[in-house]
Design a protein around this ligand. Structure first.
Ligand SMILES: Cc1cc2nc3c(=O)[nH]c(=O)nc-3n(C[C@H](O)[C@H](O)[C@H](O)COP(=O)(O)O)c2cc1C
Length: 167
């Protein structure tokens, strides 16, 4: 079967990688790739991209993912379906929780992509985030530092939401 969804992640200490690997298992027809390994050809091949980054500094994209975003923005993304997930820490960074995910969303505006996978911000405890859109988050936020026990539950429900929308 031709795979249609590319999961691209950037991870410094392994949390985002851990989640991205789970996601690959939950989504038949998906392929996993580290941000630093992605080429323009691989981006062109897949109609669906799932992009996952952690947030570093205060509100910055993870290093490799930051470099990858420069490459991604130069590609023709017209018509692609994109879902986002982000790893962050609500307790220590309540004012920039998962900002990296919000930054991806901002950088891909006006690129002709369709975003899927918005997620309610209700069951989190942060003050501000660049990833909020009304009462929602632009994608799935996960907090392996404070709420690792909720990751599987959140991930499974998010997959139920996005899977039918991936062609
Ligand atoms: C120095 C440092 C800065 C961080 N800055 C943020 C931040 O601004 N916002 C946030 O939500 N999380 C922040 N985090 C938390 C990480 O994003 C979180 O631990 C994440 O799970 C790391 O994922 P990774 O191992 O895949 O890189 C920070 C962590 C560290 C150690």
């Amino acid at each position: 079967m031709q795979k249609s969804t590319l999961i691209i992640f950037g991870s410094s200490l392994g949390n985002t990688r851990f989640v991205a690997e789970k996601l690959e298992l939950l989504l038949p027809g998906s392929q996993l790739m580290e941000a630093s390994a992605v080429s323009p050809e691989s981006i062109a091949k897949f109609p669906n991209l799932i992009l996952g980054t952690s947030t570093w500094g205060v509100g910055l994209l993870q290093d490799e993912f930051d470099t990858f975003m420069e490459l991604l923005q130069q590609q023709n993304l017209e018509g692609k379906t994109i879902a986002l997930f982000g790893l962050g820490d609500q307790q220590n960074y309540p004012d920039s929780f998962c900002d990296g995910m919000g930054k991806i969303h901002e950088l891909l505006q006006n690129k002709g992509v369709q975003f899927i996978g918005e997620w309610s911000a209700d069951e989190y405890d942060f003050t501000t985030s660049r990833a909020t859109k009304g009462n929602n988050l632009v994608g799935l936020a996960l907090d392996e530092d404070n709420e690792p026990d909720l990751t599987d539950y959140r991930l499974k429900n998010w997959v139920k939401l996005i899977a039918p929308l991936l062609q």
